[in-house]
Design a protein around this ligand. Structure first.
Ligand code: TXA
Ligand code: MG
Length: 346
């Protein structure tokens, strides 16, 4: 069977896609963060297909996508006031909340945890699909496991082809945010950031008054460590080349990279720095003047650099809070936290 290509601008797309979801099929869905690989979250067999198609470890739970905040009551219990407050401010949008799960949600979806991650995405066609299907949609990022996330329908096609490995793709154009949602765990004493994203730590702290940062956000986690967001321990977002982050001033980083560059290497930098890397196979992922362009462009650039002939990628990485915190987190993970300060080597 061929993969059905649907366009978000076609008004029948939600109806067509909902039929597939109700029959237990897989539909790649556009969201404002990244494309997801969606199935009926309440159907164990359909959810099993997601793990199989992606090659995803079974102990890595899925986010369920709902069409409005009220639906939280159907799948979660003991919902704290903070969750309603966050929903009011940031939904629909790039924020996922971890809450106590009701028994109706299958164990395959939650990987047997007593919590579930829930998000209400901003993308209109995807919320229309959830409403039409009448079920929540479980969806991890649509990339094959371990690869950079998918931020266009073409990325999804690249990973799965058109010969029916997945049943349909809804093309909603490039994703606006470009990195996966912010995840906040609301089941502990204090709200805890499990993954930074488009909703920033500053925005969350302003609303919640306090926010703990999980250690999986800050550094490399070994495979046998128990972490709150199981997915954070896996190698992620990585092209096949070894990525090195080169910190320091524009000049110091350029000097360092030119000293170490050899044939078969590549540079991932800001638009403003392109002229400095002539002859060094540079790719720009956005402008350092506008960090949102860096988050929107990061995964497409990492994918473009995922070629067997590229052995080492020297990357420039924004520092600081806001959206830069999420961009830095993804890039550091892609680099397995190999970070060099160019100014240390003279
Ligand atoms: O933006 C996004 O969140 C995208 C789009 C499609 O919505 N989805 C996404 O899903 O990034 P995925 O599966 O690639 O990442 C979900 C992360 C994983 O690290 C997983 O371990 C964690 O969320 N997670 C899921 N359920 C959890 C739970 N109950 N407690 C803690 N972490 C959970
Ligand atoms: Mg993912």
């Amino acid at each position: 069977m061929k993969t059905l290509m649907l366009s978000a601008s076609d008004k029948n797309a939600p109806v067509e896609a909902a039929k597939i979801i109700q029959q237990g099929g897989l539909v790649a869905i556009p969201t404002e963060t990244v494309y997801g690989l969606g199935a009926n979250a309440m159907d164990e067999e359909a959810v099993a297909k997601i793990f199989l198609a992606k090659g995803r470890p079974q102990d890595n739970p899925l986010i369920i996508h709902i069409s409005c905040a009220e639906e939280l009551n159907l799948y979660c219990h003991d919902i704290p006031q903070s969750a309603w407050l966050l929903a009011e401010h940031f939904w629909p949008g790039p924020l996922t909340m971890v809450l106590p799960v009701r028994d109706c949600v299958p164990k395959r979806t939650t990987a047997g945890l007593d919590t579930v991650a829930v998000r209400c995405p901003k993308t209109e066609v995807t919320r229309a699909l959830i409403r039409e299907a009448g079920v929540p949609i479980a969806a991890p990022s649509a990339n094959l496991s371990g690869k950079p996330s998918t931020t266009t329908a073409a990325h999804v096609l690249h990973d799965y082809g058109t010969d029916g490995k997945i049943d349909a793709i809804i093309d909603g154009g490039p994703c606006e945010v470009g990195v996966e949602s912010t995840i906040v765990d609301l089941t502990g004493e204090k709200p805890r950031l499990l993954r930074p994203g488009g909703i920033t730590p500053e925005e969350l702290t302003a609303l919640l008054g306090e926010l703990e940062i999980d250690r999986a956000v800050l550094g490399q986690i070994s495979n046998d460590t128990v972490v709150r967001a199981p997915g954070m321990k896996y190698k992620h977002y990585a092209p096949s080349a070894e990525v090195y982050i080169i910190n320091g001033t524009t000049e110091a980083a350029a000097a360092y990279i030119h000293r170490h560059f050899s044939d078969g290497d590549a540079v991932l930098c800001y638009e403003e720095e392109l002229p400095l890397y002539e002859g060094c196979n540079p790719t720009a992922y956005g402008s350092i003047q506008n960090v949102k362009t860096l988050s929107a462009g990061l995964f497409a650039a990492l994918r473009a650099l995922d070629r067997p002939e590229i052995k080492t990628i020297y990357a420039r990485c924004p520092e600081g809070g806001g959206v830069a915190y999420a961009v830095g987190n993804r890039l550091k993970k892609a680099a397995a936290f190999r970070i060099v300060n160019a100014e240390d080597e003279t």
